[in-house]
Structure formats: C-alpha cells, structure tokens
Design a protein around this ligand. Structure first.
Ligand SMILES: [Zn+2]
Ligand SMILES: [Zn+2]
Ligand SMILES: [Zn+2]
Ligand SMILES: [Zn+2]
Length: 107
C-alpha cells in the first residue's frame, strides 16, 4: 500500500490528520495552514497510524509505543492473548506543533 498523500499539496506524504478540516496533511502544509491565524492553530491534529499510514490514529499502545488506527489496533491486538493485554490509551490530539517546546520554557 502506498503512503497517503497530503490533501493540500498532493505531492508529499501525509503525516497528520486535522480533525476539524478532516484533511490529511504533510508537515509543511500543516504549518502553512495552521500557522495563519489563532483559530486555525487551535485545530486538533492527530498523527497517522504508524502501521498502515492510511488512517488517523485513535490509540497509542504503550507496549508497542505506536500510534494505531481503529483497524490496525484491532488486527494487532486480537492476534494473540499476549497482545490483547497491551495497554492502549486514546490518542490526545496535538495542538500548535512545534511551538509546544517554547510554551514550556517559562518554567
Ligand atoms: Zn502537503
Ligand atoms: Zn485544521
Ligand atoms: Zn492503521
Ligand atoms: Zn500493542
């Protein structure tokens, strides 16, 4: 399966999914689109599934340290009894990518 292309430039591989725009974006277009104004920078964005790279990730598996979409999460974790015990947490959308480091600097 080929990697998902960015919905905006249609040339780069998408790395993020914006839930508000329901668009797959590469990191370049993401910063272009979401850095334009304050409202856009608040859009909740999630990483793409690390396994299929076709769908937005919904869970992070702590054991695998991987972001997974609903389908891959099911596929991987129903495969055997050991995998079924992996602890998964719902993914938290990232906001203001790249500026989070600056925000923490005040401490
Ligand atoms: Zn793009
Ligand atoms: Zn957006
Ligand atoms: Zn997947
Ligand atoms: Zn797992």
């Amino acid at each position: 399966m080929a990697s998902k292309l960015c919905d905006y430039c249609k040339s780069a591989t998408a790395t993020l999914f914006c839930r508000v725009d329901s668009a797959f974006l590469c990191s370049n277009c993401d910063s272009k689109i979401h850095a334009t104004n304050k409202l856009a920078s608040r859009h909740a964005r999630v990483w793409l599934c690390e396994v299929c790279e076709q769908a937005p990730a919904h869970f992070t598996c702590k054991a695998d340290a991987a972001a997974l979409c609903v389908t891959c999460d099911h596929d991987i974790h129903s495969a055997n009894p050991l995998a079924r015990r992996h602890e998964r947490v719902p993914i938290t959308p990232v906001r203001q990518l790249g500026s989070c480091r600056q925000a923490q600097r005040g401490r």
